[in-house]
Ligand binder design. Structure first.
Ligand SMILES: *Cc1c(COP(=O)(O)O)cnc(C)c1O
Length: 847
């Protein structure tokens, strides 16, 4: 094909409403319904056609309509109030400024392969991207100095069309960035930002775009430039498209290109956050910077590590990106020289012995002072997955943390529910979402009012779904009478279950279909029927996922299910928002423990929609017996078939015996007990599972300590980094020499409560100095796998007994019941981010 340039001519907006242009370029509008109204009220149809993209909307909006609005006092009143809110938001004092006035020069850079901020920017595939988008919004709300870095995929993920046979078709369309809410990033001195990354035999040029999300900026990288070859222009075409080569190129662009882009923009972050292993190559580029400044690779690793945060999301090892040594050589070989190392030295940074390859998750783990999973359960699963890297270290003490995901509450709450919050929690309800006390006020919402509001949302959702099905049937040339029928699909009076998420097999969309007879009875119960709405995309390479979509579509066309089980095509943020604001029950059936967190249920809860979920991911933390429903129990299974069978059975039981009767039990038309549960859900879930709480947690636990460490490690020509690195090396090389020579315990013959035990230990340290280690008592409850809920008590240095032999002692006081205790030696350093930053330990033998 021939090539051409595109230009977009922006219409002149009438003077009175010219700041619409500014609103259109800031995603702030997307979580402020009044701001959205400024666009949608001008031309509701066009607003839908452009999928809520305000830049495109203004490009195509009718001049006459704009002029009419500019002369309409009612419109102008909303316009002024929205802009006043906007200005206040952008300039007002924030949580961060108030809480950390001394830390305003810190800056967090957050790297993610996908960002799901809004449907108008379809550069996300699922939960990972949505989380990143919501993270940015809360960073903005809180005033955290923060930038995001991602990739601007020209074709996004893909659009899903369901064809006549019920199969998914993946459609890719090229986006015109000029018609989107992004703008080219600009150099301080003016001009576009173009950087390059090295790929085998060539440089690939990357243009930097930016997206304004409230106060936060996300920088996006784009290889679709005329300077690049045709193939290279397509490197950033598709999210999760192509093969391993595409994947490593995209990761090079994100990680290495991302760091270079920030530098070109004059941005020097003080804390670096890698959201999932896709972003791990930031590590290499940052190492290169330090090695080029004269640091050894080993010391550079300590500097990089000191202020790096890594969040892992994948609970199965097979889900982590691993590249062969050959690929690393081909794509990253230039780093051998730049890092003053060789092939083995580079591979060692992220080598995965088990999978015999270069593992992005390991690269990230090895270079992050702070690593976390995304729910408490996932934290434990992650520890188990990596326990081989921490030999001898108890699970609960491994240096892997948990920060549970959240959602950006204001983004997901329906405008009508927001009004209830304003009325009953207070007009400032969104000012401090993570404060639990104010949420108690939801109990003062009258049952009737909450229920009627929910019914309004349900009605809107059903219309939306009918439209979606209508459009699909029309496009597929289905018979007219069938098309007409779909206006009668779904009813506002029927208990409605929603299930929408990526069609990854572990999410088990098929669970209800494992017993079709029972399902038929459930949906066709004459007094108490049930209807179910499905939506979701399967990755184009995921055959089983696509089969599942086909199966559900086939079933939904069959008689006892027609109009009662429906599939909504092209799941995206817009579809997601409609469904989880309008259904009665949000269903989640992952194969435990494969759902790292899950966030759609949190979004549903913000709207008083009740969760019915397997106790996986976030749900065990949220579920309190009253605020939703739990499927099955929190147990582990060895066999997947057994697990499916038992989970399906408990799901049906729960639906038939509890959920359905509950829902249909009415007092004066209102299901009182159901509404009570809706309120329990509103009182207990949104504050806790908000990104406001989550970003505060990242800030306090990781970002600020990381920034402090980064500064300390870099001071005085990286003196501390060099010292820590030398100390780690020395301890690692000599640790095997450490041993317990003798342990003596003196205890009274009868152990009463508060009895003291005296413990004396003689240890041999070889060349290691007593100051570099700690000898400690570990005691706690006796459990199946050793000691649990342990308490640590350091022994006190008493004297040197002989060459390299030292004596330590302490008293411990035992609590009632049976406790276990033992002794160990571990490295100690004030500069460690975690007691086991250096994972070495020596336990007392035969104790
Ligand atoms: C929230 C959301 C997700 C993630 O939902 P899970 O429950 O984690 O599967 C995926 N896609 C969209 C469009 C979402 O809004």
């Amino acid at each position: 094909m021939y090539s051409f340039r595109t230009v977009s001519v922006i219409p002149d907006l009438p003077e009175q409403i010219c700041r619409l242009k500014e609103l259109a370029r800031n995603l702030w509008f997307s979580w402020h319904p009044q701001a959205e109204l400024l666009f949608s009220s001008l031309d509701a149809r066009l607003w839908e056609e452009v999928n809520h993209n305000p830049v495109k909307f203004l490009l195509y909006a009718d001049t006459e309509k704009l002029q009419k609005a500019a002369a309409n006092p009612a419109y102008l009143a909303i316009y002024s109030s929205v802009l006043a809110d906007f200005d206040k938001y952008m300039q007002g004092e924030t949580w961060y400024q108030k809480t950390y006035p001394e830390q305003t020069s810190q800056l967090v850079a957050y790297f993610s392969a996908e960002f799901g901020v809004h449907e108008s920017n379809p550069v996300y595939s699922g939960g990972l991207g949505l989380l990143a988008g919501d993270h940015c919004k809360s960073a903005s709300d809180l005033g955290l100095p923060f930038v995001g870095v991602g990739i601007l995929y020209k074709q996004g993920y893909f659009c899903q069309r369901i064809n006549r046979e019920g199969r998914q078709e993946a459609h890719y369309c090229f986006m015109d960035f000029n018609e989107m809410t992004v703008t080219p990033a600009a150099l301080p001195e003016g001009g576009e930002v173009i950087i390059s990354v090295r790929l085998p035999g060539r440089d690939v040029y990357i243009k930097v775009w930016q997206l304004q999300v409230g106060r936060t900026v996300i920088y996006f990288l784009d290889s679709d430039l005329a300077q690049n070859s045709r193939e290279d222009r397509l490197l950033t075409a598709k999210l999760y498209g192509g093969n391993q080569d595409t994947r490593i190129c995209q990761e090079i662009i994100l990680g290495i290109g991302g760091v270079k882009a920030l530098r070109r923009l004059g941005i020097y972050p003080t804390a670096w956050h890698m959201n999932e292993g896709h972003a791990a190559l930031t590590v290499l580029e940052r190492l290169r910077e330090y090695v080029q400044r004269g640091l050894s690779l080993a010391a550079a690793r300590e500097v990089v590590r000191s202020n790096t945060v890594f969040t892992t999301h994948t609970p199965v090892p097979a889900g982590h990106d691993v590249f062969s040594a050959d690929m690393v050589e081909r794509y990253l070989g230039e780093f051998y020289g730049d890092l003053k190392t060789d092939r083995d030295g580079l591979l060692a940074l992220g080598w995965d012995e088990g999978r015999q390859g270069f593992n992005m998750t390991k690269l990230a783990l090895n270079h992050a002072a702070y690593t976390n999973g995304v729910s408490k359960l996932h934290g434990v699963v992650t520890k188990k997955m990596f326990s081989h890297l921490y030999p001898g270290i108890p699970l609960e003490e491994m240096p892997i943390h948990a920060i549970t995901n959240g959602v950006h509450t204001e983004t997901w709450v329906a405008p009508e529910i927001r009004k209830l919050f304003e009325k009953y929690i207070g007009p400032e309800w969104a000012g401090n979402i993570s404060d639990p006390h104010r949420w108690q006020n939801v109990y003062s919402i009258p049952d009737q009012e909450l229920w009627e509001t929910h019914q309004v949302l349900k009605g809107r959702m059903i219309k939306f779904v009918q439209n979606n099905i209508y459009r699909r049937m029309d496009r597929n040339f289905q018979p007219l009478e069938l098309i007409r029928e779909c206006a009668g699909y779904l009813s506002k009076d029927v208990l409605t279950i929603g299930f929408a998420r990526r069609f990854a097999t572990y999410k088990r969309a098929y669970l209800l279909f494992t017993d079709k007879e029972r399902l038929a009875r459930l949906v066709n119960n004459p007094e108490r029927p049930v209807q179910i709405i499905f939506a979701g995309k399967a990755h184009p390479a995921d055959q089983p996922g696509q089969e599942l979509i086909k199966m559900i579509n086939e079933v939904s066309a069959e008689e006892p299910f027609k109009g009662k089980i429906v599939f909504v095509e092209d799941y995206d943020i817009n579809v997601s928002r409609h469904l989880l604001q309008g259904v009665d029950v949000w269903l989640n059936t992952p194969r435990r423990p494969l759902e790292a967190s899950g966030t759609s249920g949190m979004k549903a809860a913000v709207n008083g929609v009740i969760n019915c979920s397997i106790l996986d991911g976030w749900w065990p933390e949220a579920y309190n017996g009253e605020n939703g429903f739990a499927v099955g129990t929190a147990r582990d299974y060895e066999n997947e078939e057994v697990q499916d069978r038992e989970d399906a059975r408990s799901l049906f039981d729960l639906l038939e015996q509890v959920i359905v009767p509950y829902y249909y039990r009415r007092v004066e038309g209102v299901p009182r007990e159901w509404v009570r549960r809706m309120k329990d859900c509103l009182a207990t879930i949104p504050w806790q599972f908000s990104t406001e709480r989550m970003v505060k947690e990242y800030t306090q636990r990781f970002y600020l300590p990381a920034a402090g460490r980064g500064e300390a490690f870099s001071a005085d020509s990286y003196r501390l980094a060099v010292r820590v690195q030398e100390m780690k090396k020395f301890l690692t090389e000599n640790w095997h020499q450490i041993s317990f020579r003798a342990v003596r315990v003196e205890q009274p013959p009868l152990l009463k409560e508060n009895a003291e035990i005296l413990i004396l230990a003689e240890v041999f340290l070889g060349p290691i100095r007593p100051g570099d280690i700690v000898v400690e008592v570990v005691y706690g409850k006796v459990s199946d796998h050793g000691l649990a809920q342990v308490t640590l008590m350091p022994l006190i240095f008493k004297r040197q007994v002989a060459e390299s032999v030292y004596e330590y002692e302490t008293n411990i006081v035992l609590i009632r019941g049976t406790s276990g205790y033992t002794l160990r030696i571990r490295p100690k350093d004030d500069c460690f981010a975690h007691p086991f930053e250096l994972p070495l330990v020596k336990w007392a033998d035969n104790f």
